[in-house]
Design a protein around this ligand. Structure first.
Ligand SMILES: [Cu+2]
Length: 179
């Protein structure tokens, strides 16, 4: 019996020992495939960000603390067509009625969108559902900073942006130049 065990044990060891290398071989093959896949797909993931879709950082501030003073820090923003626009919108207003947003619209449509937004009211964030809207920030309360990311139109041209808080569109609007 002991002799038999002596024969069987090495056999078991060989069998057991054989299995892990096989699994290892499979694992490393799979690992190699994975690595190859990762290496091959990584540039594909990076390309749209770095070359195909440039990133355009924009900053806009809301200035003034009365209805007569309110204005955007600039009435012109510029981006490349199709770029990933990352807008930082800073509301420098102090008192509560100084609530602002930035809504990007089709060319010449800022007033129409703002009037529709006023009807939507606070519950709808003063932003109407509309095909004329490219993108909209949340409302920024006094002192708040909000961020907005959107893809700029692929068609170069002039687009609008406006604050849709009721009545503010008259003084808070501008042109997004897409080149
Ligand atoms: Cu405003």
């Amino acid at each position: 019996m002991n002799k038999l065990l002596l024969y069987i044990l090495p056999l078991l060891v060989v069998l057991l020992g054989c299995d892990p290398p096989q699994t290892d071989g499979e694992t490393s093959t799979a690992g190699t495939n994975k690595d190859t896949a990762t290496a091959a797909s990584a540039p594909l993931v990076e390309d749209p960000d770095t070359t195909l879709q440039p990133v355009q950082h924009l900053e806009l501030r809301a200035l003034g603390n009365t209805i007569d003073e309110i204005r955007y820090s600039t009435d012109t923003l510029e981006t490349k067509a199709g770029a990933m626009v990352k807008l930082t919108f800073i509301n420098e207003g102090v008192d509560m009625p100084m609530v602002h947003n930035v809504v990007f619209t089709a060319s010449g449509k800022y007033k129409q969108v703002a009037l529709a937004g006023a009807k939507v009211g606070a519950s709808g964030n003063y932003v109407p559902e509309s095909d004329l809207i490219l993108a909209a920030t949340p409302m920024a309360l006094p002192g708040q900073t909000v961020e907005l990311e959107f893809t700029a139109p692929t068609e170069p041209g002039l687009y609008d942006y406006v604050c849709t808080y009721p009545g503010y569109w008259k003084r808070m609007n501008g042109v997004l130049v897409v080149k």
